[in-house]
Design a protein around this ligand. Structure first.
Ligand code: HEC
Length: 188
């Protein structure tokens, strides 16, 4: 191979690398925007519902609004948005094996001292012959959340939660712990 050919080959390799890096960057950006918008809308609805201490009514925000938002955000072709956690209230949100692994990685990073705000994890994966881009964004347990996910839950609220979610595992959280993650899958 002469020098010219070598230069051409390395140039095309560089261009290929740049293109693939950009594609990944684009997907990360897309996931960031989706997760941020989902979180802002949900928090807004939750805060409004909790105003005046109406916690029992606010259950419907998490119960109805969250899945509706997830569905709306998943309307674009190839986009799947949801929430998951190691300890779920609704069994439908339970993590699959990739999410389980990702949640464990986020938790490990938290224990090593990394701040949860903005913590994310992503990977290009191939599952059952299909390639996709998967993304998790950490959801910290804020003070607002402890009313329904904390160690001390009001008795009326507790009763209602137990009635609707007999398999509830999403209790006993402390401020700043990893409550779960927004989970996004982008398929080509
Ligand atoms: C008024 C009670 C209430 C409050 C306050 C609340 N949640 Fe929830 N949360 C729920 C309910 C009910 C569900 C189950 C939703 C469903 O059926 O999908 C849930 C589900 C979740 C899930 C999905 C995983 C799972 O456990 O099924 C996450 C993540 C979550 N909540 C995080 C939060 C965060 C973060 C906050 C604070 C910003 C918060 N929640 C505040 C009641 C509440």
């Amino acid at each position: 191979m002469n020098n010219k050919k070598i230069i051409l080959l390395s140039l095309s390799l560089l261009i290929l690398l740049a293109i693939s890096a950009n594609a990944e960057d684009r997907r990360v950006l897309q996931c960031r925007v989706l997760a941020r918008d989902f979180m802002t809308e949900l928090k807004g609805e939750l805060k409004a519902a909790l105003r005046g201490g109406r916690s029992v009514q606010a259950i419907s925000v998490c119960r109805k609004v969250a899945p509706e938002l997830a569905e709306r955000y998943s309307l674009s072709p190839g986009v799947q948005v949801g929430r998951t956690s190691k300890h779920c209230r609704n069994p439908e949100n339970r993590p699959d094996s990739w999410e389980k692994e990702g949640l464990a990685i986020l938790e490990k990073r938290r224990q090593q001292g990394e701040t949860l705000a903005g913590m994310e994890y992503w990977q290009e994966v191939e599952e059952e012959g299909k390639r996709s881009f998967r993304y998790l964004r950490a959801i910290p347990a804020g003070s607002l959340c402890l009313r329904c996910h904390g160690e001390k839950i009001g008795s009326k609220l507790k009763k209602t939660l137990q009635r609707i979610y007999p398999e509830d595992q999403a209790v006993g959280y402390r401020l700043g712990e990893l409550r779960g993650a927004f989970t996004i899958t982008l398929s080509p």
